[in-house]
Structure formats: C-alpha cells, structure tokens
Design a protein around this ligand. Structure first.
Ligand code: SAM
Length: 337
C-alpha cells in the first residue's frame, strides 16, 4: 500500500517535524518501559530515526531496527550512525519483513494515523514481538491538541476548499483521545494502557513555523507545495496574522498533545517462560520491560495513577480475567503462571 505521507527530503523533515519528534521520543520510551533489559527493538515508521536513536540511549544493550516506507528517510538515518547496533530497512508497515516473535518490543511514533490500514500494521507489530514483549504506539491529537497544524488548517479552510478537505483527513483517524486504544482493542489486543503527554513547540518567529513546511514534507508540506503562488501567499498572509495574534513577530510557544497506547503482547505459548516473582512484595516482574505489577498484568504506570479506595478497586478489577478458554488470542504471563 503506497504511503500517503510525503517523505522525500529528510533534512526538510528534520526541520518540520524531526526536531519535535526527537523531544517526544524520550517520554514515549519511558511510558513504554523500554530500558536496559531489552535486547531488540523495532521502530515502525522510523522516519529520520528520532525514536530509534533515543532507544539506542535508553536501551544500551539492544539492537535497534528502524523501518520506514521512505527510502530517503532510511538512507538519512543510516548515514547518521556507524554503530552496528542500529540497522534501517525500507518497506511497508502492513507487511513487516521480520520473523514472528523476533523483537522484545515494537514501537511506532506519529505513524499509525497516516496509514490506510493501521490495524494491519498493529497486527504486524504484535506478530513480530515475542511473547511477553511490549507493543507501543503514539499519535498526535490532531483534532484537539495540535496548535501547530491547526493554525494553518483553520486559517486556510475558509480560503481554500482543498484545505477544508485536508483538515478533515488530518483530523481522522486515530487523532482523538482514546481512539488509538479503541482500535487496538478492536484487533483483539488486551490490556491496552493509554496516556497522553503535552510538549511545547517553541518557534523563534513566524518564518520558523512557516518555512519548514515549504520543504514539502508530510501532508501539510505537500498541500502547501501543491498550491498556486497566489493562493499560497494569501494563506501565508492570514496564517501570519493568526501566529502574531495582534503582537509583533517573535517567539511563540504552542502546545502539542500526543496520545499513546501500550500493550504487553502475549500470544498463547505452550511453554510460557517461568515467572520471576518477588516474594516480599508478591509482585510479578515482566522481563521484557522490567516493570513490576502487583499480582496482575496491568502495566506499572496504570497502577501508579490510581490511588485510594477507588484506585484499589480498579486495580483488583484489572486483575480479574475470564477462564483461559474464553480469552482472546492475547493474554499475559502473569495470568498463565
Ligand atoms: C510523521 S512521520 C514520523 C516519523 C518518525 N517516527 C518520527 O517520529 O519522527 C511518519 C512516517 O511514517 C512513514 N510511513 C508512512 N506510511 C508508511 C508505511 N506504509 N510503512 C512504513 N512507514 C510509513 C513515513 O515515511 C514517515 O517517515
């Protein structure tokens, strides 16, 4: 399935999005619990390598494989490391060229909403992740949490019907809170954990926001490049007014929210690996992520967010599972012990 994301100039992508995705990668890795215990991680839709290189720092022993549809981005990422822990491959996320269960973790950042068949890509991520491994993805909340792109699209829509259509496409699918988690559940995954984070994009001036788009990368860049000069100038003029908001040109800080989801992939395995239990705390350690969960498989961050009596009740509910025979094809090491 051809990519709908314009990605032929890696240096321009770095200016328009790579500089922000590098910042997002660090808390995303923390959320997914990807740390030193990992031996192998796949970054699906790696782009110029923001997540892959950050994973290289967080998981010092791990082999990191980046995978992207864009040959230009893959070449760029390859050319930015001589560390043989990293490798980068080109291809389509809906047909990953890796053996079943070959990674400790499969992650994807800012990609799934740009795919025409995101559920197939998620199924592939789960397939290539070993039992007990982690599958995690993040997408921007383009509808309600992405000032950076809405400032352009909301300005351009009344001036150009094409921008209205692009805005509708940009804001769907998977771009609302909880949508990613719902899609994952719809493809028979269990124990979806979700969270969100806000980062701030700080632009030095209007030009710092506008000019990287003219490199033509991504959906917004491709849209602007496709306009006639007059139309583009008109939209630039009004977008500048929106950016300035009555002030003089200079720095502006814009919030961007990313939603992310994480699961522990646990295909039914006739010989599940032995649990490592910590008798003192009756906690279960997931060797893939080093995360301890108390008597159930709910990831650590979910437990942490819940407190008091209601939190305790929710945690207990999380521990309940139907009999194994009635379960969907994915479940957890803690349950099977
Ligand atoms: C917004 S960029 C995100 C890149 C990188 N993960 C980051 O955070 O900077 C979207 C990426 O998805 C890739 N992509 C789009 N369709 C794809 C597909 N079908 N298979 C693999 N990668 C795809 C694009 O080439 C692009 O690099």
């Amino acid at each position: 399935m051809p990519s709908i994301y314009a990605a032929n100039d890696a240096a321009c992508y770095e200016m328009s999005m790579g500089r922000w995705s590098r910042r997002l990668a660090v808390p995303f890795i923390k959320f997914a619990g990807a740390g030193d215990k990992l031996q192998s991680v796949l970054d699906v839709g790696c782009g110029t390598g923001s997540l892959a290189f950050a994973l290289g720092n967080a998981a010092q022993q791990a082999k990191i494989t980046g995978f992207d549809y864009s040959q230009a981005f893959v070449d760029y990422a390859r050319s930015h490391t001589d560390d043989d822990r990293f490798s980068f491959d080109q291809g389509d996320a809906v047909a990953l060229p890796y053996a079943t269960g070959s990674f400790d973790a499969a992650m994807s950042m800012l990609v799934l909403n740009f795919l025409s068949e995101p559920d197939k890509a998620v199924q592939e991520m789960v397939r290539v992740t070993r039992p007990g491994g982690v599958v995690a993805a993040a997408v921007w909340d383009f509808f309600g949490g992405h000032t950076f792109s809405r400032i352009l699209l909301d300005t351009a829509a009344p001036l150009d019907p094409g921008a209205g259509a692009l805005r509708a496409k940009h804001c769907s699918p998977l771009t609302h809170p909880g949508e990613l988690a719902a899609m994952w559940k719809s493809v028979s995954l269990r124990e979806v954990e979700q969270a969100e984070i806000t980062i701030r994009m700080v632009f030095n001036s209007f030009a710092d926001l506008w000019e990287p788009w003219l490199g033509g990368q991504g959906t917004l860049g491709a849209y602007l490049l496709g306009l006639t000069g007059d139309k583009r100038q008109l939209i630039e003029h009004h977008t500048r007014l929106a950016y300035l908001a009555g002030g003089t040109d200079g720095p502006r800080s814009m919030a961007s929210i990313a939603d992310w989801g994480c699961i522990v992939a646990q295909p039914i395995d006739p010989k599940p690996p032995a649990l490592q239990t910590d008798a003192a705390s009756s906690a279960v350690t997931n060797p893939a992520i080093g995360a301890k969960t108390r008597g159930c498989s709910t990831p650590r961050s979910s437990i942490r967010r819940r407190s008091g009596h209601i939190g305790h009740l929710l945690s207990l509910l999380d521990c309940w599972r139907p009999p194994v025979a009635a379960m969907a094809p994915w479940h957890y090491r803690a349950l099977r012990a």
